[in-house]
Design a protein around this ligand. Sequence first.
Ligand code: UFG
Length: 327
Amino acid sequence: MNILVAGGAGYVGSHMVKQLVRSGHYVVVLDNLSTGYRELARYGRLVVGDLGDIALLDSLFQENSFDAVMHFAANSLVGESVTHPSMYYRNNVVNTLNLLDKMVSCNVRYFIFSSTAATFGEPEYTPIDESHPQKPINPYGASKLVIEQVLRDYAVAYGLNSVSLRYFNACGADPEGELGECHDPETHLIPLILQAASGRRENITVFGRDYPTEDGTCVRDYIHVEDLCEAHALALKSLTKNQALGARAYNLGNGNGFSVQQVIDAAQSIVAKDGKKISVVEGDRRVGDPAVLVADSSLAKNILDWQPSYTDLVSIIEHAWKWEQRF
Ligand code: UFG
């Protein structure tokens, strides 16, 4: 297939492009490199540009006859979304609308959208399935939820078939060590822990030990980036198999919750093999962190036939550690 990957120079997008190219697809990457990296767009044909540039979208869709679009391009920091909502609604909502309208006018009918667990807000129960109420508590989650609704409306009105994939905690790296996470600033737990191990930062701060969990630290559902990409590939297959699929949405996690302390302990034993040690300091709770966020991914498993391969922390951290050691 001929596939446009918006945001293909970012963390999840770059892994997806590699997987698509390896499977024989032709991929055009559109990325403005605001949070992506040219070095990560090593597979596919990179076009540097912004989804806000309608003229660029016109020419891109005119030159290429795309069969499908995967959309990873977004701002995704919860804290930043609270202080800069305009940026989040413009990039995550308005720019996505530009892309969707271009698809509709060119009759490109398959769309895969990176959504998030943040659309659920404070969990009312866990594990979180697709029936859980979606009440986001920050503009990031709200911006993604708007697009999920847009996709339902576009399916009815314009026949645009889509799958929204709600990631829980994306993590890990390309097992071959070519790609990985490099956010600036980095805010995610696993890369921060590994930076503390490699010496790129002094320590890792545990944000709160007084949560109602077994060891008092927050529990999250860490899902390997390779497993996320596999779900996208299966979602694409489901779209091509059913020409009238409409707008579907699936939660993606591996279903196993791990606490911050468990992640630190697992990382500690992996980096110890390389003679490294992680220094841990105690901190206050981070505002807006629920105690437990774990996905129920039964629907993706049953309907897409998806099965995460990395259900424990070891490979996730080993792959991320291999990537961290490049710096
Ligand atoms: N944490 C620390 N210390 C740190 C960084 C994180 O203790 O230095 C803790 C957090 O408090 C949290 C856990 O590690 O309990 C994971 O934090 P991350 O920042 O790695 O991930 P989040 O769970 O906050 O974020 C994820 C996704 C977001 C999504 C959000 C939904 O990465 O895109 O879940 O709540 F919006």
